[in-house]
Design a binder for this molecule. Structure first.
Ligand code: MEV
Length: 450
């Protein structure tokens, strides 16, 4: 019977499903559940994660396509985050145990040493119209001042509102790429999107520019018939935002690092920490993990506030390669008696538009942060990146990462063994001074049960 069921499921997996998106939600759920041995239970499980309020659930269903349920991720708070003298409670959405704990520990540590400092370096965003044109580059360059004006005017219906808010198109540059690809040019457009991340705004303007470029060239009667034609290959924002950058840092006197580790003096800790960060500047394997630790903090804030964490990670990793090889995004400076730990990172975040006001928890997160501007949110997210980076490197260079990490992971292991509340509390007590590992917890639970 079981073999028959498995064979039928295998056959099912080979079938191409047609029209899935057109099915009703219940029908989609049923269809998916049939891929399991216990469809009834699967449907109940998936439905148990539906929002109890139907209108809220509908909101989530409409964020994406083919939604059949919701996927929960913990929403935590890192308190005591002092940035430029202001105290924040920072919401963090992350599934990895110990990230919120690491951020909170760093926040507490630095709250006693002057807090975090942050400043915006720049807020420009970039978009491109990629096109093929067979004329001479100089001809296009000569037309540029006129073309620029034409493009700006053509996009006024889209840009007017953004201009009222003080943003809009900052510049349009012609880039000749014909040495890399035959007839290939770009319009490189710089934007200020104020408090919005601006992806939709930028893409709409760029698509308009593409059409207007075609129209403009078609009307240049002094050009040959061929030169009056252009192939618009694509129009899209760039997620690489090297001019939308925030800088954050912490600093204290070396004397204030005296008790960080029982075996290291303040200066020995500072030098060891510095070496660990230098390793991430010269070694790609280490740099990747080092920067991953930074994005533990940044992504958690991005998700909690309804921002696109894939976009900011993509920008960050490219930025980390700007000097010709992939390296750490953070650095250490030790001068005389001062220890300074600095992070500079591109962060295109928004506090209006997108999910920021639609997702009820994103909206709440922003409220908890005091309804920040995009610039302020950039500083908060970068600070959480630096906080996580500091905690990780501090642990790595002192007690090692596993002690803290496994302590936080203890509940996951206990849940794996389906521990009762009484077993959990006994285990927490037992593992206070014992090494946590999957097998040591397994053995301990077995001993409790025998
Ligand atoms: C784990 O998510 C992040 C760390 O590996 C970062 C690091 O090694 O710097 C702890």
């Amino acid at each position: 019977m079981r073999n028959q069921q498995q064979a039928s499921m295998k056959r099912k997996r080979d079938i191409i499903i047609k029209g899935f998106s057109k099915l009703l939600k219940e029908e989609k759920l049923k269809l998916v559940a049939e891929y399991f041995e216990n469809p009834g239970e699967v449907i109940s499980l998936l439905k148990s994660f539906w929002h109890t309020d139907e209108s809220q659930q509908k909101l989530f269903d409409e964020f994406s396509e083919n939604t059949i349920t919701n996927f929960y991720i913990p929403y935590g708070i890192s308190p005591n985050v002092i940035i430029n003298g202001r105290n924040y409670l920072v919401p963090m959405v992350i599934e990895e145990s110990s990230v919120v704990a690491a951020a909170s520990a760093a926040a507490k540590f630095w709250s006693e040493r002057g807090g975090f400092h942050a400043e915006i370096v720049d807020v420009k965003k970039i978009g491109q119209v990629h096109f093929s044109w067979s004329g001479k580059p100089e001809t296009l360059s000569q037309l540029m001042p006129q073309l620029k004006e034409y493009l700006i005017q053509s996009a006024k219906p889209i840009t007017a509102n953004m201009e009222k808010r003080g943003g809009g198109v900052l510049d349009i540059e012609l880039v000749n790429m014909t040495d890399k690809l035959e007839n290939y040019f770009q319009l490189l457009v710089t934007f200020d999107t104020r408090d919005s991340m601006g992806a939709n705004f930028i893409n709409s303007v760029l698509e308009e520019f593409g059409q207007s470029l075609r129209h403009f060239l078609s009307e240049q009667i002094q050009l040959s018939i061929e030169e009056r034609q252009v192939e618009i290959i694509m129009a899209i924002l760039s997620n690489y935002t090297p001019e939308c950058v925030v800088k954050t840092w912490v600093e204290c006197s070396i004397d204030e690092l005296e008790n960080v580790d029982e075996k290291l003096s303040g200066i020995a800790f500072a030098r060891k920490f510095e070496k660990a960060v230098k390793i991430a500047q010269i070694d790609t394997y280490r740099a990747t993990t080092h920067n991953k630790g930074i994005y533990n903090g940044i992504d958690a804030v991005a998700i909690a506030t309804g921002n696109d964490f894939r976009a900011i990670e993509a920008a960050g990793h490219t930025y980390a390669s700007r000097n010709g090889h992939y390296e750490s995004l953070s650095r250490v400076e030790i001068d005389q008696n001062t220890f300074r730990f600095i992070l500079e990172v591109p962060l295109a975040l928004g506090t209006v538009g997108g999910l920021t006001s639609l997702h009820p928890l994103a909206r709440q997160s922003l409220e908890l942060l005091g309804n920040p501007t995009a610039n302020e949110l950039m500083m908060i997210a970068a600070v959480m990146g630096l906080a996580n980076n500091f905690s990780a490197v501090k642990s790595l260079t002192t007690i090692g990462i596993q002690a803290g990490h496994m302590k936080m992971h203890l509940f996951n292991i206990l849940n794996h063994f389906k521990a009762s509340e009484a077993e959990k509390s006994a285990a927490v007590d037992h593992f206070k001074d014992q090494k946590v590992s999957f097998s040591s917890v397994g053995k301990y639970i077995a001993s409790l049960r025998s």
